[in-house]
Ligand binder design. Sequence first.
Ligand code: GRF
Length: 187
Amino acid sequence: MQVGVLASGTGSILRAMLERRIPVAVVIADRPCGALDIARDAGIPDELVERTDFSKNFDRVAYTDRVVAALRAHDVDLVTIAGFGTILSPPFVEAFGGRALNTHPALLPAFKGWHAVRDALEAGVDETGCTVHLVTEDVDAGPILAQEAVPVLEDDTEETLHERIKEVERRLYPDVIEKMVREGVRQ
Ligand code: GRF
């Protein structure tokens, strides 16, 4: 079983996956980022499929095709999204539906989207958390595989709360991935 990781950030979740010996075949990023450095340091193939257009004319389908081609080139069976900053188009789900996972820093269906931690703080909830789910065409709406709550503390900032959520993600996400790798995913 070959796992592909899509990331855009510091890569702390990727690092946790590697510490758990998840068989990562390639790390793909949409911008230069810490996750690519972690892959290089670990001797894992990395690919920068750079997104240069952040305008409304961005050709999302063409970009998605490049990501799918890179995943296929590395014979990826299971895609794990770990903080990837570009929403992919339907051709991604057509290629990897049922074999693509995402971790989201909120208790879905609450606080979908890129600012989930900030939105939870602004809503004044006393707990939020993280969710591991299958990727479907609707963003942050696929079947939920695991969830864990994290309390919001009085003096939390977006950074402190996100870091506590990520501590949980670094355990929960590898747990789910490990299970899928062990049991196999339906092709
Ligand atoms: C995680 O909270 C993930 O859920 C979110 O981006 C963060 C990635 O963190 N969408 P890192 O780059 O692995 O540290």
